[in-house]
Design a protein around this ligand. Structure first.
Ligand SMILES: [Zn+2]
Length: 325
């Protein structure tokens, strides 16, 4: 398990070992922490019939079934193909919970994305959460920023997982990428806002270099006002587009800082040779407007699902050009 999850894991298992474990645990988590691995380990431990300590024994029949991803008393409920968790999925789960545990021990239900339960699904689930059968445990996962229905939250014990301290993530990155230079790791850490697994993917996919090339294209776009030029530099996948918009936003943020002579807290100090002249050529108002356009586009892309991302991007870039005038 990842080092930043260890502490929560110990606390959760301790609460059971000390006799005040809760039947429904709600994990609210920042992104990029690998919290699913924590929840899966808690599940494995709850299912283990020996529980010699805070760790599952990994020897008993239950542990072996969990390891082969074949435990009949472990149920996962999650959105299918990006859709909300439907009431039929919940009903099916409740029916299977009416049978006694096949292995004679605990039953564990892992709900990934509690925020994705529809109102009908939540209502169907509530009764089971309110009057749980003995030895049935619910592990609920939701993004930190999402709103979980108060009725569900009040019946659960909440555990919150925040992004770890930068120093801790840095230490982990150094062991994962022993040949990468410290300054490159620090840049990745800042760009990915210390979210460890996002940093890891970023470094593995050579996004550091891609970001540099992309921002150089932005600079040429700024000089030429050529919307198509920058548009073509965007990737195709929504996740990648969001990250590229975030790069641009951080570029504008740093330029605003430069404008106000703030030297602390820059995301892209390695690009200051571009950022400082850029900040001198725009007004503070223009920089702020640009930053807001980029921020709004990211929100729209995230929140409005059934929309054509290419059109939104074109609209965003066209607005940016106006800021340069
Ligand atoms: Zn075991």
């Amino acid at each position: 398990m990842y080092p930043w999850l260890q502490n929560t894991y110990q606390q959760v298992t301790n609460s059971f070992l000390q006799g005040h474990g809760h039947h429904a645990l709600l994990f609210k988590t920042d992104v990029g922490l690998g919290t699913d691995t924590l929840i899966e380990k808690v599940a494995e431990w709850l299912l283990c019939t020996e529980k010699p300590s805070n760790d599952p024994c990994s020897q008993c029949k239950s542990c072996q079934l969990t390891q082969s991803k074949n435990h009949p008393d472990f149920h996962i409920l999650e959105p299918i193909e990006g859709k909300d968790i439907g009431v039929d999925q919940v009903r099916e789960l409740i029916v299977s919970l009416q049978n006694f545990a096949q292995q004679g021990g605990n039953t564990v239900v892992y709900i990934r994305g509690v925020d994705r339960l529809t109102e009908a699904s939540s209502n169907a689930l509530l009764k089971t959460l309110e009057e749980p059968r003995e030895n049935v445990y619910f592990l609920l996962e939701a993004p930190l920023q999402s709103s979980v229905l108060a009725t569900i939250q009040s019946r659960s014990q909440t555990w919150v997982l925040y992004v770890p301290q930068a120093a801790e993530v840095m230490q982990w990155l150094q062991t994962e990428f022993p040949t990468t230079s410290t300054s490159e790791l620090e840049t990745a850490l800042r760009i990915c806002r210390s979210r460890p697994l996002i940093c890891k993917t970023f470094l593995e996919n050579d996004r550091l270099q891609q970001r540099k090339t992309f921002l150089q294209t932005f600079w040429r776009f700024y000089k030429s006002r050529d919307v198509v030029l920058l548009f073509q530099a965007f990737d195709k996948e929504k996740e990648d587009i969001l990250q590229q918009l975030e790069w641009l936003e951080s570029f504008f943020n740093d330029a605003l800082k430069a404008k106000m002579n703030i030297t602390q807290g820059w995301i892209n100090p390695d690009l200051q040779n571009g950022i400082i002249p850029f900040s001198q050529q725009l007004t503070a108002h223009g920089l702020l407007q640009g930053q807001q356009i980029l921020h709004q586009t990211q929100r729209d892309l995230t929140e409005i699902n059934a929309v054509n991302p290419e059109l939104m991007l074109l609209d965003c870039l066209t607005k940016l050009v106006l800021v340069f005038e």
